[in-house]
Ligand binder design. Structure first.
Ligand SMILES: [Zn+2]
Ligand SMILES: [Zn+2]
Length: 360
């Protein structure tokens, strides 16, 4: 044979699978892992679950297979879900005859991860989607331009009239002199009502299922109409200071995270939203001392950190893991090239992928 022209790379895959527990979580602190190892080289490769063991195959799996990992001959990981955005080449599950489980990149394996709007990340059982991010909000949210300015209606809380940037809204079934409430009065009330134990000066948490008018008992909708104008709660809750807004989902609804239609900027399928005021460094975790306190047992006391760093003079938001018990995970949405070392979590399995050059 002639000279080898191709740069050949061999990939070693170290699999750790946790066989206890019911949730799709991988516990870094547990030592009860089943270990397996595979080596692949420039060949489409699938890791499937066969009863309790993992199996490496190179032919296209049949439709009943549960595929955990798909690495192409070009050494890319192909995620099993579609988050159509920009020029993403990610394939849809419908293009596969089999079921491909969601792939999550562990943040500790890449040191830090740059976050953008629509990115989905997980801390324990809590899943978050970045719904908006602003380093310098300088203008009024555009939604406020629609508000009616010509009325002598009154706010039922403060009895004031419409002011610019603080419109009177009717988000429920109340009528008459109780019909209207100022946006700012509603926000203040929602904050006290839904998050007395959850908010700090640094963040505000709004739970959709707790948003109810105390007078008519009507649930506030995430998207509602007032005097013929459609308002989006996520737009209304945007603050005027630098912030990141995270929609969050409980584990049982995690499947719905994939159903978000990104063409529509808003979804009402989340459990709620956390508005975090940006600082240089923001810790997330179960402990009270965190910038954002998360009340969920599977979240570590000091689980992860958000940090602002400049990239080419531009502010960027990075996610770091603090050696958390269940890891900090970012959903892989586009084909991911494997180079050097990567760690991917799929269900209760953790895959460490390492490349090594082969000289021929
Ligand atoms: Zn008011
Ligand atoms: Zn009402």
């Amino acid at each position: 044979m002639g000279q080898c022209q191709m740069r050949n790379e061999r990939i070693s895959i170290y699999c750790h699978t946790q066989n206890n527990g019911t949730c799709d979580l991988f516990d870094y602190e547990s030592i009860a892992h089943q270990k397996q190892q595979f080596t692949i080289q420039n060949q489409d490769s699938y890791i499937i679950r066969n009863e309790e063991v993992l199996q490496l195959i190179h032919q296209i799996p049949n439709e009943n297979s549960e595929v955990l990992l798909f690495v192409t001959a070009k050494n890319t990981i192909v995620p099993g879900t579609l988050q159509q955005q920009g020029n993403s080449t990610a394939l849809t599950n419908t293009q596969f005859p089999y079921k491909l489980k969601k792939n999550w990149l562990t943040v500790r394996s890449v040191n830090k991860y740059p976050l953008n709007v629509n990115d989905i990340f997980r801390l324990g059982k809590m899943t978050f989607r970045i719904s908006s991010l602003s380093f310098n909000p300088d203008k009024e949210p555009e939604v406020l331009n629609h508000s009616k300015a010509d009325s002598n209606e009154q706010c039922r809380i403060c009895l004031g009239n419409t002011q610019s940037s603080n419109p009177l809204l009717n988000p429920c079934k109340c009528s008459g002199s109780l019909k209207y409430i100022h946006l700012e009065c509603m926000k203040r009330w929602l904050k006290e009502f839904t998050s007395a134990s959850r908010s700090s000066e640094k963040s505000e948490t709004y739970l959709w299922n707790q948003l109810k008018c105390e007078i008519c008992k009507e649930s506030y909708k995430v998207i509602f109409q007032s005097d013929g104008v459609t308002y989006h709660m996520l737009e209304l809750l945007k603050p005027r200071f630098p912030y990141v807004m995270l929609e969050f989902y409980s584990k049982k609804k995690e499947t719905q995270v994939n159903q978000i239609n990104l063409g529509d900027r808003f979804t009402s399928k989340s459990d709620g939203v956390i508005v975090i005021s940006l600082g240089q460094k923001m810790s997330l975790g179960r402990a009270r001392e965190n910038w954002v306190k998360l009340c969920e047992a599977s979240v570590s006391r000091f689980h992860a950190t958000l940090q602002i760093e400049k990239i080419q003079q531009q502010d960027s938001l990075f996610l770091f893991d603090n050696n958390s018990k269940y890891g900090t995970l970012v959903q892989i949405k586009e084909d991911l090239q494997i180079y050097q070392e990567l760690e991917v979590q799929v269900g209760k399995s953790l895959f460490k992928l390492q490349t090594s050059n082969i000289t021929c």
